[in-house]
Ligand binder design. Structure first.
Ligand code: DUC
Ligand code: ZN
Ligand code: ZN
Ligand code: ZN
Length: 460
């Protein structure tokens, strides 16, 4: 099967030019002006932008959390991702404390294999690092293609590891050629503030926000950076939200440390005023919480300064009935919001269309850097001869409105209801197949492939 995409404006992290793309099977075979080939199928991409398939390296699909499961399965989540121009996601496997990494991986495999619609890979969340876990790190990297290890500095008793385990894990992961990533907030301080607010009868969603002040993230980000510097382990901070935390990273760069930083689309465009409205604010109860306008400015600047390399989502959807578990107590509201489908269009509309970032930067943070940082490049994350034909044909001028009525995520509200967007995903190719066309999904459950990732060096 061959396919010719004619006359699109190809955007990579470095280039922008009009050309044709020849796809054979799953792969890009040729790129050039007026390619002299015929193909089984031709798509006219005149006036459209052509992006590499988006890569969202931070999603939680079908994840057991806070007494329930995130509401998108690997099927519904990856299908929604495709609708929004994201062709590959990296999902989090959670080790159960007291159990092995292998068991956790088998559990996630049993749910994702044969059900995912889009391509996916796994991070391993290490929640209990001991001598048994240590022996499994090499196995994960060498045999399973799982080369990044997530840690939590919060959620004590369920997910959190202490600094002893953190340093020991970093030493082992560095030795084996992997990367340590982190949810960097000070769990003990947050637990204290949560308990204090509850004891005072302060139970509304607003107090979720007030229990995680900027300091908790700035402190943990700095502590993590110090441990990564000491061990020399490739390191990545997930969902960084605020000025204080970015200043901790800025500090680390003064000793020439390489440290990757991800923010998420919500922290760039939403702010904490959403928590002021009674229980409605539960839609945006996530950790870390939304911050202030000044933090949005910091994050956009951080992207342009090269301090923030990735824009992900931390997609962790819960339906309204699940959010209601915390109706009388903010600490019982499942943390997370739905965004897997909206990231590419929101970042284009709010970032490129408004002039905050360039088209090249857009592709860099949404596609190329996630692929490079996590060992998927150049198979994924760019438009080049030999790369997977994961492509997004995008109309940069079409306007539309986000709504739960039309989205494909398994959640009955939208965190962006009524947002007017400029720029729309028209056609999406995944490994050479038209997966999405004009809003229709043309690939089946099970088309998504597990992608083993390469070792990482901590350099891009
Ligand atoms: N934060 C969330 O909001 N959801 C899932 C896990 C996390 O750290
Ligand atoms: Zn076990
Ligand atoms: Zn997190
Ligand atoms: Zn997360």
């Amino acid at each position: 099967m061959s396919l010719l995409i004619k006359n699109g404006r190809i955007i990579t992290a470095t280039d922008a030019y009009v050309a044709d793309i020849l796809v054979e099977g799953e792969t890009i075979r040729a790129i050039g002006k007026d390619l002299p080939f015929s193909a089984d199928e031709t798509i006219d991409a005149t006036d459209l932008l052509v992006f590499p398939g988006g890569i969202d390296p931070h999603v939680h699909l079908d994840m057991p959390f806070m007494g329930t499961f995130s509401s998108d399965t690997h099927e519904t989540g990856t299908r929604a991702a495709l609708h929004g121009g994201t062709t590959t996601v990296i999902d989090f496997v959670l080790q159960k404390q007291g159990h092995s990494l292998k068991e956790a991986l088998a559990d996630w495999n049993s749910r994702a294999r044969g059900t995912a619609v889009g391509d996916y890979s796994f991070h391993m969340a290490v929640t209990d690092f001991n001598e048994n876990t240590r022996a499994e790190i090499k196995e994960m990297i060498e045999n399973e293609g799982v080369t990044s290890f997530k840690t939590f500095m919060a959620y004590k008793g369920a997910l959190m590891i202490d600094d002893r385990q953190m340093v020991a894990l970093m030493q082992e992961v560095k030795k084996q050629g992997g990367m340590v990533t982190v949810h960097a907030t000070n769990g003990d301080v947050i637990d204290y503030l949560v308990a204090k607010h509850r004891a005072e009868g302060k139970l509304a969603p607003l107090y979720h926000y007030l229990s995680q002040p900027e300091m908790t993230e700035a402190e943990a980000s700095g502590r993590f950076a110090d441990m990564a510097d000491y061990t020399g382990c490739p390191a990545y901070i997930v969902h960084l939200t605020c000025e204080g935390a970015l200043n901790s990273v800025r500090n680390a760069t003064r000793r020439n440390q390489k440290l990757f930083v991800e923010t998420c689309i919500q922290y760039l465009i939403l702010d904490a005023s959403l928590y002021e409205d009674d229980f409605e604010g539960a839609k945006w109860v996530m950790s870390p919480p939304l911050r202030e306008k000044k933090d949005q400015t910091t994050l956009w600047a951080g992207i342009n300064q090269g301090l923030v390399q990735v824009v992900a989502t931390d997609h962790c959807p819960f339906r309204w009935e699940q959010k209601l578990m915390g109706k009388d107590d903010f600490s019982k509201i499942p943390n997370g919001h739905p965004a897997i489908e909206n990231r590419m269009e929101l970042l284009y509309s709010e970032g490129v269309h408004t002039g905050k970032i360039t088209l090249n930067k857009y592709v860099e943070v949404a596609c190329t850097n996630p692929a490079k940082i996590f060992g998927l490049f150049p198979k994924k994350g760019t438009i080049a001869v030999g790369s997977d034909a994961d492509l997004v044909l995008f109309n940069p001028t079409e306007k539309h409105t986000i709504s739960a009525k039309t989205h494909h995520m398994h959640v009955d509200y939208s965190a962006y209801e009524g947002w007017e967007i400029t720029g729309k995903v028209k056609t999406v190719l995944l490994r050479g197949k038209v997966a999405i066309d004009q809003g229709n999904c043309l690939v089946e459950k099970g088309y998504g492939k597990f992608i083993k990732r390469n070792k990482v060096s901590g350099t891009i």
